[in-house]
Ligand binder design. Structure first.
Ligand SMILES: [Cu+2]
Length: 135
């Protein structure tokens, strides 16, 4: 009788330990997901629609690939003259996507040669600076 009581207590405390372990694993899992998602970064999309770049401003980490799908009925061009991140993807029609990798930190002003009012800003920051958004 006494032995079975001790056995019962051991079983109960090991179940409690298991519960604590599962709790820690779940907690760790939830922290790893956003980090893993960031490491395996998909290109960030900036859509050209209704004569606008959408979104108008965005913050990305240095080394991020940014893609510019044209979803408008007309041609658009995509270029930047910002120091460190100059590029010109040329002009292209609806359905075409071109992309660029941003290698230097700083503000990048993206414009369209065909529509001078089309502008947007990409803030390129050092790796690790965006994670604050998850905290
Ligand atoms: Cu345009």
């Amino acid at each position: 009788m006494r032995m079975s009581t001790i056995g019962h207590q051991v079983k109960e405390s090991s179940q409690q330990l298991l519960r604590i372990c599962l709790g820690i694993c779940c907690l760790t899992g939830s922290l790893i997901v956003p980090l893993a998602a960031q490491a395996d970064m998909e290109p960030v999309k900036i859509v050209q629609k209704n004569l606008k770049f959408i979104p108008g401003t965005i913050t990305v980490e240095k080394g991020t690939e940014v893609s510019f799908p044209n979803e408008d009925q007309l041609f658009h061009s995509v270029f930047s003259e910002s120091p460190g991140n100059t590029f010109d993807l040329g002009s292209y029609p609806r359905g075409v996507t071109k992309s660029v990798k941003l290698e230097k930190a700083g503000a990048v002003e993206v414009k369209c040669h065909l529509h001078p009012k089309m502008k947007m800003i990409i803030n390129v920051v050092e790796p690790g600076k965006i994670k604050k958004a998850f905290d």
